[in-house]
Every structure is written in C-alpha cells, then in structure tokens.
Design a binder for this molecule. Structure first.
Ligand code: TYM
Length: 343
C-alpha cells in the first residue's frame, strides 16, 4: 500500500494560547492546508496529564478550536477535532506503551522539565505522554508534523516507535500485504521559519510558555491591542542598536527573539528585518513591531471571541471532525490489532 502524504498536529487546551503557539505551529497549519490533507487535533487527553479544572478544560478545548478557525483553517476542508472523541488515540497509545522502552522515555527532556524535582509525584500519564503523541500521529499514518522546536525530541521518539513496531511485527505486516514491511510510516517533523522557538518577552533564555507565571512574558491570542502594545514596549532588550547582519544577533537573545517575531509575523526572514532596521534603536523598532503584532493578532482574537459566543457551533464542528477522523483511524486501528494478533 502506498503511503499518501498526510499532515497531523496537535495543540494542548491548557489556556493562555500564545504567540509562540501561533508562529511556531498554527501559521504552518494554515499554510499546509493548501497542499495536504490535514488533521488538527485539540489534544485534551494530553492536557489532563496535569490536573485541569473540568469547566475550564471545556472552555479551553473550545478556545483552541476557535483559534484554529480564526487563524484561517477551514473546518470543512480539513479535519479539526478533539482527541478524546476518537478512542483510537487511547487504544494505540496502549500498544505503544508496550513498544516503547523505559530508557527511551527516561531521555525525554520535557518530562524532566515538567516533573522537575517532584518526579515521584508526577502522573504516570505525564511520563507516558510521548507515547500518546506518537499514537496521535501514527493512528492516521500521518507523514508530516508541523511543530515548534520544543517537540523535536518527541517526534524522534515517534519515529523510533514506528520503526520498532515495523520490526517487531515484520512478518505479520508482510502477511497483511505490506510488502515493503512498512505499516507505520516514519513521520517527518516540519520545523521551519524564523520563529520555531519564540522566547519569553521577560527572559530571552526561557521559552514563551502557557505556564509562565508572568503574563508579561507572553502575548496571548486574546490580548487586546493595548495589552499587546504594552507587552512589547516592556519587553526586555539590551541598550544597543539592532545589527545589520544576522551574526550581530549572537549573544543577544532578546533582540534575536523580537527580530524573529517580526519576521514571522511579516512572512519574511530575519535577514530582511535587519536590512530594514539595522542600525536603528529599539525605541524605533518596538513601535513598528507592536503595530505589526496588533495588525496580525487582534483580528484573530476578535474572531475567536465571536466564535466562542456560540459554543454549540464549535461543539458541532468538533463532533463532525471526530466523525471524519474516525473514518481514517478505525481501519488503521483494526489492522493494527490484526497485526498484533488480537482477535
Ligand atoms: P503545545 O500545546 O505545548 O504547543 C502547541 C504547538 O506550539 C508550539 N510551541 C512553540 N513554538 C514556538 N515557540 C514557542 N515558544 C512555542 N511553544 C509551543 C509547539 O511546538 C507545538 O507545535 N505535545 C504537543 C501537542 C501534541 C502534538 C501531538 C503535536 C500532542 N500530540 C501530535 C504534534 C503531533 C504539545 O504539548 O504542544
């Protein structure tokens, strides 16, 4: 069987959806829908690896759904759904819990960061999380996965799991008619552009994140214009003018971050931004960046609020997406079970 190209990616509904999520992932989702069949998943089962307030979780699931649509993903053309409505994710994750090795998961840096010193107290789900992520992708035989830089290691694990499954069950896979011995294709990460790792506005050594206690560290997709302008005005920088060449951004994390954000929002490169602003002070660059950010982010926030006013419509979109997702997932899950030897 030929493996057709298919895009899958996911975003956790854990609140505070921010510019890093938008530039690192969602803008790529929008672009890929022109050329590929895409599934974009609100990964609510990933979210509960850390306790979530049920009412807030429901709201956040709708908020990510609204962000997808407001950013320009067409829910009629592409599949937008939430993970918990398609049972194959949980089923395949269990299979992968039995394929992946403890040693592989022990190397995951994100678990170490998230569990911190309280490793003994972290949920088993948080530890097994990358196996569920591999299941998300492979349940659809997805070939391309647009993500930010921080997901690279998880994608490598998904590739290792796909390969080990293919090797562990090589004979059964061939017997099922896959003569190339490939049942699960190796998914390719798509980590491209000038904003694959957007940093905190308060500290250029830390990633912009949903869980940073400081709201000033991130621009969220629902920030109003005034807030966006304020956050950029207060963003940490250094006293020097912007350089004219990329090399000049070395060891200037905060400056490099703002230049990357500008480039990504403008659909250009960091080099182009430096051509325009090289030699200029932040007092000139920041207002230009603020104006651009307001122009690009505010309409999305407005549209999200409009969509969130009608939760029933968002729920209907998710239900419809889940039905279409199941139509792809169910036969793949059924074949997986057969390959394993389940009756
Ligand atoms: P999540 O919800 O943390 O983030 C969603 C997407 O946003 C990207 N991202 C960033 N990109 C640039 N700069 C940043 N500061 C930044 N912060 C976040 C993430 O890389 C991601 O692409 N495990 C995933 C969700 C997931 C998934 C999947 C992704 C579950 N299953 C299957 C792809 C395929 C996560 O926690 O993303």
């Amino acid at each position: 069987m030929e493996h057709q190209e298919r895009v899958f990616s996911g975003v956790q509904p854990t609140g505070n959806l921010h510019l890093g999520n938008y530039l690192g992932a969602i803008t790529k989702f929008v672009a890929l829908q022109q050329s590929h069949q895409c599934l974009y998943c609100v990964v609510d089962m990933h979210a509960i690896t850390v306790w979530q307030d049920p009412a807030i979780l429901s709201h956040n699931i709708r908020e990510v759904t609204a962000a997808f649509i407001a950013s320009g993903i067409d829910p009629k053309k592409q599949i937008i759904f939430n993970q918990s409505q398609v049972s194959g994710h949980a089923e395949l994750a269990w299979v992968f819990n039995c394929v992946a090795r403890m040693g592989w998961l022990n190397r995951m840096t994100q678990f170490k960061e998230k569990a911190g010193k309280h490793r003994e107290n972290a949920s088993v789900g948080l530890y097994a999380y990358p196996n569920l992520m591999a299941a998300d992708i492979l349940l659809y035989h997805a070939t391309h996965v647009p993500v930010g830089e921080d997901q690279k290691q998880h994608l490598e694990l998904a590739r290792d799991i796909a390969q080990k499954f293919n090797v562990d069950f090589a004979e059964a896979i061939k017997a099922a008619g896959h003569h190339d011995g490939i049942f699960f294709p190796q998914p390719e990460p798509l980590i491209t552009g000038p904003a694959t790792r957007v940093m905190s506005l308060r500290d250029g050594s830390k990633k912009m994140s949903k869980s940073d206690p400081s709201d000033m560290s991130r621009i969220t997709m629902t920030d109003d214009a005034e807030t966006i302008v304020k956050k950029i005005r207060k963003a940490k920088t250094d006293p020097d003018a912007l350089p004219s060449e990329l090399d000049g951004l070395k060891d200037r994390a905060e400056a490099g971050n703002l230049v990357g954000i500008f480039a990504a929002l403008n659909g250009t490169s960091k080099e182009d931004v430096l051509k325009e602003f090289g030699g200029k002070q932040f007092s000139e660059f920041k207002p230009a960046l603020a104006e651009l950010a307001v122009e690009k982010v505010s309409p999305i926030g407005d549209e999200m609020r409009r969509l969130l006013d009608d939760p029933a419509e968002l729920d209907a979109i998710l239900k419809n997406g889940a039905t279409r997702a199941r139509a792809i997932a169910d036969p793949i899950m059924a074949e997986t079970k057969k390959i394993i030897g389940f009756i």
